[in-house]
Design a protein around this ligand. Sequence first.
Ligand SMILES: Nc1nc2c(c(=O)[nH]1)N[C@H]1C(S)=C(S)[C@@H](COP(=O)(O)O)O[C@H]1N2
Ligand SMILES: [Mo]
Length: 378
Amino acid sequence: MSTAAAKESTAPQTFTGLILRDKEPENLEFAFATLRSFITPNEQFFVRSHFPVPKLDAPSWRLGVEGLVDRPVELTYDELLKMKTRTLAATIECAGNNRIFLSPKLEGLQWELGAVGTAEWTGVPLAAVLERAGVQPGAVEVIFEGADSGRLAKPPSPGNIHYAHSIPLTKAFTSDVLLVHTMNGEPLTPAHGFPLRAVVPGWYGMASVKWLKRLVLVDRPFRGYFKSADYTYWEQRQGLPTQLLPVTENEVKAQIARPAPREIVAADSIYRMHGAAWAGEAHVTEVLVSTDGGATWEKANLLGDAVPHAWRLWEFHWRTPATPGRGTLLARAMDSRGRVQPMQRDPHRGSYVISHVVPIEVEVSGRLGGGGAEPFAI
Ligand SMILES: Nc1nc2c(c(=O)[nH]1)N[C@H]1C(S)=C(S)[C@@H](COP(=O)(O)O)O[C@H]1N2
Ligand SMILES: [Mo]
């Protein structure tokens, strides 16, 4: 037999790829129906990039800390790796997740359920880096500037700009905001922000700036493109849209992983439904499931332990109807702040923060046996 004979490989039992939402720049969605564990493997973690991935190499890369600081600092990759690290699990959800469910259709990437994932992030607390530079009293925000850039055509066009976002110092000095170099135990991949990215737990993904280049301390809220022209919504007062506000913290939300939209499930059987729920800076206290289109609700089992800033997996054993036909499944979360996931879309949120309960339509079939997703590890 030839020594060159390649090992025969078989397709894995479960889908491990990503769904392509845009080719250039590459934007990839996690196939949410394949949710099987609390941690999303790196190869399945969604990718959201506005510009092409910048080519950065660790030896020449630097992180600058500038603006209202006592001493501007420049840190190398090796210096950052030597600093004391903190590791935590956090969920990142893109503010455009679920956009495909909106009607009428809105501009932007048509994410279904998978512009969300949970990783174990390791990095240096942002506070430690800010302390090295010494933050001056007048500073109120830190701007994260990415190394990626491009031209945005939509008027009024800012021309060629870098991706940038900011957080207030009150958030920046909380211990969970990290400058991350390691994702699920591996160095960041280029798509996820190598060599260094911010992770801002509890906030929508746009604040977790990848390919960090500079931290800039400023004395008034940053109103750059991605905090004024994009990632904003109209605040309503007395029935008037009074000002454009930036998208910040995650809302409370539950999603159904299985059944998937239009999945065919067996009639007259027990189907193990499962999914995840998250609540940004709060924690999920309850997930309710309706299998009759919202007429009645029952409690789902919350799995594992509550982890701050991370999703909570849940399951529900559904006795499927005896008669074949269309079924509508709903999941609804509540959190420790008393927030209840809304049933209806708030039209004032524009094309972001799509957090209302999304009905999942399934087909109940008399021709199938069994049903439900395999149990998974927490
Ligand atoms: N530099 C930079 N950082 C960025 C972005 C970007 O386009 N450029 N996209 C943001 C958005 S909108 C999201 S949802 C998250 C996605 O992180 P991921 O690609 O690692 O999943 O990165 C954020 N950080
Ligand atoms: Mo995003």
